[in-house]
Design a protein around this ligand. Sequence first.
Ligand code: AP5
Length: 221
Amino acid sequence: MKKANLIMLGAPGSGKGTRAVALCEVLNVVQVATGDLFRNNIKGGTELGKLAKSYIDKGELVPDEVTASMVKDRLQQPDTQKGFILDGFPRTIKQAEMLESILKELGEEITAVIFLDVPDAEIVKRISGRVICEKCQAPYHKEYSPSKVEGVCDKCGGKLYTRDDDKPETVLNRLEVFRKNTFPLVEFYEKKGLIVRIPPELSAEGAVSDMRKLSQELGLL
Ligand code: AP5
């Protein structure tokens, strides 16, 4: 059985978080989501949080060195030993190259890169209905995957809220930044034979069973 060191690649709102949470449940590995790590730092009022906020609020990327160093620290924690799902990292070719050196140092390698190929119109619908848990960051959608009790997280009972960077004007810039900086990673990883495409029609509700099937196909289960 192969070790599950996976990357979730896709535009903002394409469902990386939703699929990453499902994969963690199926494979019993940890999710390393750079957006969540930044939001936790913002909430905690750290220096990193203050710096990250100045970029996130505009829909821009946090500088590569800052992000890669945060990921390196996270990947050195013992809970990543069984495997990890990188959600939202890398987002530039430079970050991908930095990730290669980090993994080399740790004696690890990427097993597969899961690319969520979702059209822009669908992305806008997904982001405009999204709410997330303020405690565990689990994503919900008011229409497509609502929580059982409105405004309350099914998993931990936390309060659900709309992210500041989900405002329509910021979303458009995030999509632009994705096309310019992150989309070239599809070709980067395609050349390495690591890309696995997830079609947009797959529903959020079926995420766990779809990810179980995918894990079996990839030899991870
Ligand atoms: P981050 O938090 O990573 O945001 P993102 O990439 O913009 O992705 P999202 O969290 O918006 O969406 P998602 O793809 O996880 O979708 P979700 O599962 O929630 O980053 C935020 C910011 O931090 C960045 O803009 C940047 O500033 C900074 N940052 C982060 N990483 C960085 C890095 N590496 N370098 C530099 N800066 C970085 O799903 C969306 C909605 O759709 C939900 O409501 C969900 O319920 C619903 N949904 C999901 N799947 C489906 C489906 N199949 N059908 C219908 N609805 C669905």
